[in-house]
Unconditional design. Structure first.
Ligand SMILES: Cc1cc2nc3c(=O)[nH]c(=O)nc-3n(C[C@H](O)[C@H](O)[C@H](O)COP(=O)(O)OP(=O)(O)OC[C@H]3O[C@@H](n4cnc5c(N)ncnc54)[C@H](O)[C@@H]3O)c2cc1C
Lengths: 394, 262
């Protein structure tokens, strides 16, 4: 949990009994709601509350949170198991990324005890859900351009600005908003993090219509002088990027874990189909042009699972290598998931598009991971500059 | 009161079951706690939580290979307080009677007030272990129990039968195999999973349990297995395309009539 590097922490390559039991329990819980549960939620316009509650009650959505705050104490290592199994069972929800991974990581590290009491206990128990908002219409990839601002108003603050593509607000109690403090000289400061209430005075939101991405909705948010009490700031008035990355790295790790689970689901389902479907008197899986893309997807997925687990272990150990590993895991897992789903759809022929088979519902959630939470290009920019030492490109 | 739950490790439901060269079930693949046993554990936990009778302890008991520890960890993560594993090569290859004898000896060491087990194992599917254990212990036994109430020393149980339900009263101590309709087993919590290995697991040999070696294993078993053949393939059913519903109904009625089913 500390910022020091614990060199004794290692990556377990052979799953322990506990790991297998956690995976099985999560899968069984999610599968108990039926393969089309997430789509039913999407069609009803409702959050996947019953599934979330079932997972939360057994301790799985707060698995990463330290035990002293009611969590499972297993860090990102534990949460990536949950994320992968959730997605492999068809229950991927971005709430696991924004609430469990992001708030569940940043609060233990940078919250005051009172903030932990108020927010972290609920995040650990799954009873409090927090969305996360950094993206703005004019500042997505370029976070240096953030314009949402916080002005001092006596001993409190006023929040003003706009955020977009914010996931899960419909199901959240609060939002962790990244803004910047307006200094007396008119300049904007380093990123500030504040938890604001959903739907309080001065807050409004519009839903952004999207194809099926899972059960969560996406929103544009408007802050019109939303009052922010001082005890809502996380890590002080200008927490800065160092604090922010204690949420962004977990975000990438769990996005990668979800992508890994999506890839697994696509490969498993397509393999079963290719073993059963006969068109020329033998299963279509006998054709190498059907089999090889699935085999290739399997190779890619196993590699990205390994990288995701490595990133999780490094993050939990407080290693400075966690950032690079998280970025690489997210980059590779997104690509692998897209390849897996594409191969799966192709193997299904026309059935790959029928909602009944569920394959087409895997497309957009997997494809999303190439763009969000951080775009593929920005990961490559980072790797080129920081891992390789090439010139800064932007 | 003390409840013992008999559990078994079986090949995972997803694994295709095969007979190996020695004529025994191939157990090399993925294994799991017999899913039917989870209903017995859940029934025990519900009695404990229900509070109408004080339950001091739930003990999960199995006879099996060393790997069966994992099934016991699972049993404990589902609510048992501790577990006992009889792991002895001498027991391998036991038939139903020999297994029932070994389990009865394990139970004698514990002298529970109530013995619960699942209606069948997912691999052997004998449905009989409960009755055999009851016979060895001299306890009354009931099978296919889907409702269980205990007041004082008396159990009132509902049995699922082909013709409906029997309501039966028996006295403790007793052996009860539960049907899977008795409850919806809970999922293990993270806490229970992480704590499972911290609960006592006692490993014993046949000597510890006073089991006579010639009454168990292949030597103690009267049933011999052999000459296995694949079950005949089922012929494909008849599919009636529903183009005109009244014609479809006529075809179905004719089909049933031909077989004297209506
Ligand atoms: C479904 C969904 C859910 C989301 N959920 C959230 C959320 O919960 N919270 C939140 O804060 N945000 C969320 N986002 C926002 C997401 O993180 C951003 O969309 C993403 O980071 C890209 O930012 P942008 O849309 O502003 O793209 P832009 O910054 O406009 O970029 C457009 C394209 O140009 C590329 N590009 C830009 N700059 C460079 C450069 N220097 N070098 C190379 N290429 C470059 C980008 O990679 C991208 O391909 C979500 C987005 C979606 C689609």
């Amino acid at each position: 949990m500390s910022a020091t590097t614990d060199t004794t922490i290692s990556l377990p390559l052979v799953p322990s009994d506990e790991e297998l039991a956690i995976r099985t329990a999560v899968r069984d819980i999610v599968e108990g709601f039926g393969a089309d549960y997430a789509r039913r939620c999407y069609e009803a316009g409702e959050p996947p509350s019953a599934m979330w509650k079932a997972l939360a009650e057994q301790g799985f959505v707060g698995i990463n949170v330290p035990e002293e705050w009611g969590g499972g104490g297993l860090g990102m290592w534990g949460l990536q198991l949950v994320g992968e199994e959730l997605a492999a069972a068809g229950g991927a929800t971005l709430m696991l990324v924004v609430s469990s991974a992001m708030s569940g990581s940043i609060l233990p590290r940078h919250g005051t005890d009172a903030q932990k009491e108020r927010w972290l206990r609920g995040v650990a128990a799954g009873t409090t859900k927090l969305a996360f908002a950094i993206t703005e219409p004019d500042a997505g990839t370029n976070s240096h351009n953030l314009r949402t601002e916080l002005r001092r108003d006596g001993d409190r603050y006023l929040l003003r600005g706009q955020k977009t593509y914010i996931s899960g607000v419909e199901d959240a109690e609060g939002i962790l908003v990244v803004s910047r403090l307006r200094h007396d000289d008119g300049t904007l400061g380093k990123p500030t993090l504040a938890i604001i209430d959903v739907d309080g005075p001065g807050f409004s939101r519009d839903e952004i219509p999207m194809p099926y991405l899972g059960p969560d909705k996406q929103w544009t948010l408007y802050f019109d002088d939303v009052v922010v009490e001082a005890d809502r700031l996380l890590g002080g008035e200008e927490a800065g990027l160092g604090v922010l990355f204690d949420a962004l790295n977990p975000e990438r790790i769990i996005a990668a874990a979800l992508a890994n689970g999506m890839a697994r689901r696509a490969i498993d389902q397509a393999t079963k189909y290719a073993n059963e479907r006969e068109v020329w008197g033998q299963p279509i899986g006998a054709h190498q042009s059907v089999a090889h893309p699935l085999a290739e997807a399997k190779v890619e997925m196993e590699m990205t699972r390994l990288m995701t687990q490595k990133a999780a272990v490094l993050f939990d150990a407080g290693s400075p290598l966690a950032g690079e590993a998280s970025n690489m895991a997210k980059y590779a897992a997104a690509k692998a998931a897209v390849h897996a789903v594409d191969a799966g759809i192709q193997a299904h022929g026309g059935n790959g598009f029928a909602l009944e088979y569920g394959m087409s519902d895997m497309w957009w959630p997997a494809r999303l991971m190439r763009t969000a939470p951080v775009s593929e290009q920005m990961v490559l920019n980072h790797v080129a500059q920081h891992s390789l030492g090439l010139p800064k490109s932007y | 009161m003390k409840i013992a739950v008999l559990v078994k490790e079986v090949p995972d439901a997803a694994v295709e079951k095969r007979i190996d060269a020695s004529g025994r079930l191939d157990r090399s693949g993925e294994k799991n706690l017999n899913p039917y046993d989870t209903h017995a554990i859940e029934a025990a936990v519900q009695l404990k939580e229900g509070g109408t009778i004080p339950v001091e302890e739930i003990v999960a008991i199995t006879a099996g290979p060393a790997g069966a520890e994992r099934a016991l960890h699972k049993a404990v993560s589902l609510g048992a307080d501790r577990s006992v594993l009889l792991s002895d090569d001498a027991v391998a290859g036991s038939d139903v009677i020999a297994t029932g004898y070994a389990l009865a000896k394990l139970l004698e060491r514990e002298s529970p007030d109530l013995v619960l087990l699942g209606q069948q194992s997912d691999d052997g599917e004998n449905y009989t272990i409960g009755a055999v254990v009851g016979e060895f212990l001299g306890y009354p036994s009931l099978t296919q129990v889907v409702k269980l109430d205990i007041a004082g020393e008396t159990i009132t149980a509902e049995r699922q039968a082909e013709y409906g339900y029997d309501t039966v009263e028996i006295d403790l101590p007793a052996v009860i195999s539960v049907g899977d309709a008795i409850n919806e087993p809970r999922y293990p919590s993270l806490k229970a999973i992480m704590g499972a290995k911290k609960k006592p697991l006692e490993k014993i040999t046949i000597a510890d349990a006073g089991i006579e070696a010639d009454k168990v294993g292949a030597a103690g078993s009267k049933i011999e297995c052999g000459n296995f053949t694949e079950p005949p393939k089922k012929s494909g059913g008849t599919i009636i395309e529903d183009e005109d519903t009244s014609a479809t109904v006529e075809q179905i009625v004719a089909w049933l009539d031909e077989r004297k089913l209506i």
